[in-house]
Design a binder for this molecule. Sequence first.
Ligand SMILES: [Mg+2]
Length: 157
Amino acid sequence: MSIFKADYRFDKITDITAADLKNAGAKLLLLDADNTLSLHGSQKPASGVPEWLEEIKKEGFVPVIISNNSENRIRPFAEKLGLPFVFKSAKPLPKGFKKATEKFGFKPEETAVIGDQIFTDVLGGKLFGAKVFLTEPLGPETDFFIKIKREFEKFIR
Ligand SMILES: [Mg+2]
């Protein structure tokens, strides 16, 4: 089903180039945190992520962290990276995506959702009308419910 299919697939977020984002028509980048920018729950960005963000910002893109995780997890991480953020965004519901697009004045079609999970990032991004970039999870999940979702994802990926 197409609402479960990403528009683009990459191994890691740092493999996505400015040209890839431009070709997709994206200006606002809504970035998942856990297993996309860092290991699940980790305050340490994955290798190359701070440099990738600097490059992307220099190219004029607007990156924002949109996470379903808590304020305690997301605020210090986002502040360290110098990024605006939405925590407890309830993906795949559109409220976090909507908040960010309205705040920065972009339309859904000028937006790329980048993340590692089909039932939150891909489904949410597709329902919102954004371009979706699916990455491979950086590491194993620690959360029980995410582990179960992963089992269902195997049938769709
Ligand atoms: Mg994730």
